[in-house]
Each structure stands twice: as structure tokens, then as C-alpha cells.
Design a protein around this ligand. Structure first.
Ligand SMILES: [Zn+2]
Length: 74
């Protein structure tokens, strides 16, 4: 069962929730301020961001940063 990371839109608190695939954020609330409908963060996205890569070459259609390793189209 995957773990999703959420961030509260009210206080900015980040927390992880273990959910089944396809389960939404309905019913979730911030553990800190109890605000409903936190924003899901894509912490395990397919394009990892490297800290030492510059944003100058944004030619990748997949991640728009050009550092995900996929060849740009066209
Ligand atoms: Zn909160």
C-alpha cells in the first residue's frame, strides 16, 4: 500500500497518509490544525529533481526541466 504525502493548505503542515491507489483526499484532514482537504504532494514523481542541475535547459516535454533522462521530442 503506497504512502502519499500531503500538505495542509492552511498551516502548511506536511504529513504522510497510507492509502490505497486511487483513493482521494476526501475525508482527510490536517493532523495539526484539522483543516480539511489537504493538497497531495507528488514526492515520488518519475522525474527526480537534482539540486545541482540548472533550470536553463528546459527542453524536456515530460518534466519541463530537461533533467529526467528522457530524450526531448522533436
Ligand atoms: Zn493544517
Amino acid at each position: 500500500m503506497p504512502i502519499y504525502e500531503y500538505q495542509c493548505g492552511k498551516c502548511g503542515q506536511r504529513f504522510e497518509v497510507r492509502q490505497t491507489i486511487g483513493e482521494g483526499s476526501s475525508g482527510l484532514s490536517c493532523p495539526k490544525c484539522h483543516a480539511p482537504n489537504p493538497e497531495r504532494l507528488f514526492s515520488s514523481f518519475s522525474c527526480p529533481v537534482s539540486s545541482n542541475a540548472g533550470p536553463s535547459e528546459a527542453s524536456c516535454p515530460t518534466c519541463s526541466t530537461g533533467i529526467c533522462g528522457l530524450p526531448p521530442m522533436g
